[in-house]
Design a protein around this ligand. Structure first.
Ligand code: ADP
Ligand code: MG
Length: 731
């Protein structure tokens, strides 16, 4: 292992010394303030509302939150006053409209509650108008086409369905109000607005299907999401000694460690004291914010972990997911660690995903993707399940596009994460059920063992599929689907918008077909469902695949089946311009063509920009850190050779020869990369993304190849960058 000596004073060796001497701060207080006391402590929750608001106001608000009833703006002043009093009692001095621009980050505009009264003191103010609407400067946020045509004036609008909360900081507390961010023409400039719109679309179509099954209570059907977040933790001293990790979020150099993950001893292994302290602290902070987290364990790679909050409605889950990332970063910092959310921070080591568990349900119907106990329930379940299958089949391109990013490209298809090909895993039993239906079970005799939907002969559908498959990008896991292609650093908004909308379209199709076939009579429903399911399976069952998604055979098989294989973001992002996709999002009023185009532009720019930053870093680190270290070592070897020769000794110059050749190759490859970077685009984002993907990234890998080879040769005390071994194993 490198780092044995401490000569040369390189930042790397100083980092190792600092890490070794890490001392933990004072322990947290779990006894005087037990966990249940802090749970929800900083949330303006329904129970706080109930306590502090007049009954009528409370009821009106809850109606909006639970069933999407239109908000009565008249109550805003009362809610604002109660919110302000509650927040100030908890020590808040400021309020902030929190919004979610297309950068994927969270943005906030802070304002003080206190305003001067003109007589030397101040009064606390927070009106309904201030609660409902804010006006941040929109010009600094990406808005793609929308910015191009319009002035970048934007408004933030209170999202009643996502509760306000207080964010604690060492120097104060802020009341945070989740908001949508729209342009003055009402166009969505953020990630939240389309999530809300797509949830409405899903609800509308789900109600039509439920009505056919006799459920007319209208309880809002909401999509639910539970994201499992994977991440890495490394000591901050290492982090700051790695400009690539710090600026690009991933290492652009680094030879594989002598001990990798092949021993598999990290997965579910013991969690170190320091990491456990971090986890407990983070959980406590999250629980104050009303984010209940469920699991924690070591992931496959060394230094990798996972956290999963309990599922919530899609909109809330999206906000909480963003907040969770912020909290984790902050708490890790407190324990001297960098929280790394990149999809592939370390080459050759498992990457990080964010599995989005997805379902839909209502307060009266429960989870609609839960197979029922009765044949009637099962028929309904099969319709909802088939609708999802059809949706994935029809909109593979869109689903791939919403998980496309420069970071996720390094993970998808890397034999550790699902391939870039979309397919649905159902498990053998459920697949068999659908196969039987496809063969026309209703018409064939029951005696032959065929299944008829909605009659007593229907076999019970397994509640929890026994078989699990980690290689599928879209897997049914007993009562929900798990979209595993999502990257660890991505907002889950895009994937949820896509899933909500494509499922809405499928449910629309199902409802329309069933309405046509039954003509309002309920006794024709079974036969109609049977026909519908058979039709869907005939059209779409090529998307179902229960085998090994990592295997080469699947890639060939998928091609035969005509499934899309969009390997990189450069291949996938153009699907945001696909006519079918545009029609879909427009029809269900989730994104107008212009809003969609702006997203295509912003995400493509992001991709190009990310690769450009990485390329710059590669040149900089290669030329100013690695090259000098290699040359110094080369010089040492050369001097030794010359001295020994002068004294009449033999000196084997093999190492010197190798180093010399590598130094030359390093120099040449840096020059070649620079040349690719100078490439002048013609303004076409597709072409520029292609260039980044096909020319710049491979040129970066060339530089890395020589640098990593040098890492194995250059004297340890001269090597400037913390190694993989050090970063992943020293804690
Ligand atoms: P596993 O590792 O087996 O996939 P985890 O317990 O790590 O399971 O994560 C499962 C996630 O799925 C949790 O976030 C959980 O809340 C979520 N989940 C469970 N039921 C639903 C549902 N009906 N809709 C959405 N997410 C769900
Ligand atoms: Mg999972």
């Amino acid at each position: 292992m490198k780092g044995g000596g401490y000569a040369g004073g390189s930042p790397r060796l100083a980092a190792i010394s600092a890490v070794t001497n890490y001392e933990q701060g004072p322990p947290m207080d779990f006894i005087d303030t037990p966990a249940q006391d802090v749970f929800y402590a900083n949330v303006f929750s329904k129970s706080v509302m109930k306590e502090r608001l007049p009954k009528t106001v409370y009821k009106a608000l809850v109606a909006t939150i639970d069933s999407g009833a239109e908000l009565d703006a008249g109550i805003a002043d009362i809610v604002a006053a109660a919110m302000k009093d509650w927040a100030m009692e908890k020590g808040a001095t400021h309020y902030a409209h929190v919004f979610y621009p297309l950068t994927g980050l969270t943005a906030e505009k802070h304002d003080s509650f206190l305003v001067p009264d003109g007589e030397g003191s101040a009064v606390a103010e927070f009106s309904g108008a201030q609660l409902i609407q804010g006006e941040p400067d929109g010009s600094s946020f990406p808005s793609g086409g929308i910015r191009a045509t319009f002035e970048a004036r934007g408004y933030t609008i209170w999202d009643v369905t996502s509760p306000a909360y207080i964010l604690e900081n060492s120097n104060g507390r802020t009341l945070c109000i989740p908001t949508a961010f729209v342009s003055w023409t009402g166009e969505a400039m953020d990630k939240k607005t389309p999530v809300l719109r797509s949830m409405q679309a899903l609800n509308k179509q789900a109600q039509r299907v439920l009505k056919l099954f006799g459920h007319t209570d209208g309880a809002m059907v909401s999509s639910t999401a539970g994201p499992e977040q994977e991440y890495f933790l490394i000591d901050k001293n290492f982090y700051y000694a790695r400009p690539d990790l710090m600026t690009a979020g991933r290492t652009l150099f680094g030879a594989p460690p002598p001990k990798g993950q092949e021993f598999d001893d990290h997965y579910f292994g013991a969690i170190t004291e320091r990491v456990l302290s971090f986890m407990l602290d983070a959980e406590r902070e999250l629980s104050k914010l009303g984010i209940p987290v469920k699991t924690r364990h070591n992931e496959v790679a060394p230094g990798q972990y996972e956290i999963a909050p309990t599922f919530e409605s899609a909109n809330l889950a999206t906000d909480h997911q963003q907040l969770m990332m912020t909290v984790l970063k902050k708490v890790a910092d407190k324990y001297g660690m960098a929280w790394i959310s990149h999809e592939k921070p370390f080459a050759g080591v498992n990457g990080s995903g964010k599995h989005v568990n997805f379902s839909m349900g209502s307060s009266t119907q429960g989870n609609l993707l839960d197979p029922g106990d009765t044949p009637h329930d099962n028929a309904q379940f099969l319709v909802f399940c088939a609708a999802v299958i059809r949706a994935v089949y029809k909109y593979q391109g869109l689903l791939r596009a919403v998980v496309a990013s420069a970071g996720n490209d390094h993970r998808l298809g890397a034999n550790e994460a699902p391939p870039a090909i979309l397919s649905v895993f159902l498990g053998d039993q459920l697949t068999d059920v659908f196969e039987q239906i496809k063969k026309g079970g209703a018409k064939k005799s029951k005696a032959a063992g065929m299944m008829t939907v909605g009659v007593d002969m229907l076999p019970p559908i397994p509640k929890h599929a026994g078989d699990r498959n980690r290689t599928s990008p879209f897997a049914f896991t007993g009562n929900r689907f798990e979209f595993r292609a999502v990257g660890s650093n991505q907002s889950i908004a895009g994937p949820l918008v896509a899933m909500n909308t494509i499922v809405a379209e499928s449910l629309d199709y199902c409802a329309t077909e069933l309405e046509k076939a039954t003509k309002g009579k309920s006794d024709g429903l079974n036969a109609a469902v049977q026909d519908l399911l058979a039709t869907i399976m005939k059209e779409c069952d090529s998307i179902i695949f229960n085998g090994d998604g990592y295997s080469e055979e699947w890639h060939q098989e998928a091609e035969k089946r005509g499934l899309l294989n969009l390997k990189t973001a450069a291949d996938a992002l153009p699907y945001l311009k696909n006519k079918e996709v545009e029609k879909l999002l427009d029809k269900y009023q989730v994104l107008s063509p212009r809003e969609l185009e702006s997203r295509y532009e912003v995400y493509t720019e992001q991709y190009i920009g990310t690769v450009a930053v990485e390329a710059n870093l590669t040149v900089e680190i290669g030329a100013t850190m690695i090259f000098p270290a290699a040359v110094r070592y080369q010089n040492e070897l050369a001097a030794t050779a010359a001295n020994l020769k002068a004294l009449g000794y033999e000196f084997d110059t093999d190492t010197l020869d190798t180093v010399t050749a590598l130094v030359k190759s390093l120099q040449d490859s840096i020059a070649a990369l620079k040349k690719e970077m100078e490439h002048e685009g013609n303004g076409d984002p597709d072409a520029e993304a292609r260039h980044a993907c096909d020319k710049i990234l491979p040129a970066m890998l060339e530089v890395r190849k020589y640098a990593d080879a040098l890492e194995g040769l250059v004297a340890d005390d001269l090597w400037p960058l913390p190694t993989y071994q050090e970063m992943l194993f020293i804690k």
